[in-house]
Design a protein around this ligand. Structure first.
Ligand SMILES: [Zn+2]
Length: 239
């Protein structure tokens, strides 16, 4: 059997057979990667906690016919602090869930990998906040080629009277194009969304603004609409 190296951020895992687990990772070189960790569910597993979600690991793999088997794991970046409070775990879970929904197996995904790494680093360094998750999802949409129009009407390109957001049109729309389509945006919200879309994830202002809740609502609906699936972990931000 051939051995090969790979690396990735652990997205999730699921039980496999009696004592094994399939670990799902995002590899920059191979996209979504599934590999078997043998014996990991035994009390004295040699893998310890190194294959928990969010951990960036370096792997030595035996290539199998269907699934590769993990023979060695070393931790590249453990992200210990983001696991310390539930809000950060939930925010990291949302990032991982969204990445899991869009990553393809066997397809290089450097931009997705870097985005997830930046998102987790921002959570490692500071508190969970709605703006960080919103900015992450807007950047994810951009990587996927689905970035919403936020500075000009998605239909005609006009930059005036853009006061509504239409999921179907793909962003803000002017009153001339769509007088009654989509949701009405409060003054300032369009600019706020545009600022989030271009923000550095590691340098967001610490305090959430009055627009944070609405920005999250619109971003979430937009991403769910275009991915055609709900992001379950985001429901904790409801209410
Ligand atoms: Zn228009």
């Amino acid at each position: 059997m051939a051995l090969r190296h790979d690396q990735g951020i652990v997205l999730r895992g699921y039980p496999f057979g009696e004592a094994d687990r399939v670990v799902v990772l995002l590899s920059p070189n191979h996209g979504k990667l599934r590999a078997v960790a043998k014996g990991i569910r035994k009390t004295k597993s040699r893998f310890g906690g190194r294959l928990e979600p969010f951990t960036h690991v370096d792997l030595l793999l035996y290539e199998g016919r269907n699934l590769d088997t993990i023979t060695q794991v070393s931790v590249v970046e453990p992200f210990p602090h983001l696991r310390l409070d539930l809000d950060r775990v939930v925010a990291a879970g949302t990032m991982v869930e969204a990445i899991d929904a869009v990553a393809q197996e066997g397809e290089a995904s450097h931009r997705l990998f870097l985005l997830l790494q930046r998102g987790l680093r921002a959570l490692e360094a500071g508190p969970a906040q709605a703006d960080l998750v919103s900015a992450f999802l807007l950047k994810l949409a951009e990587v996927l080629g689905l970035a919403p129009a936020l500075v000009a009407c998605a239909e005609c390109g006009s930059t005036s009277d853009i006061h509504r957001f239409s999921l179907a049109s793909g962003g803000v729309v002017c009153t001339r194009c769509s007088p009654d389509r989509g949701v009405k945006l409060r003054d300032g919200l369009t600019d706020y969304l545009a600022a989030l879309a271009s923000a550095d994830l590691g340098k967001l202002p610490p305090d959430s603004s009055e627009f944070s809740g609405e920005a999250m609502g619109i971003t979430r609906r937009f991403v769910e609409y275009h991915l055609e699936r709900r992001l379950e972990s985001l429901s904790v931000f409801d209410g």
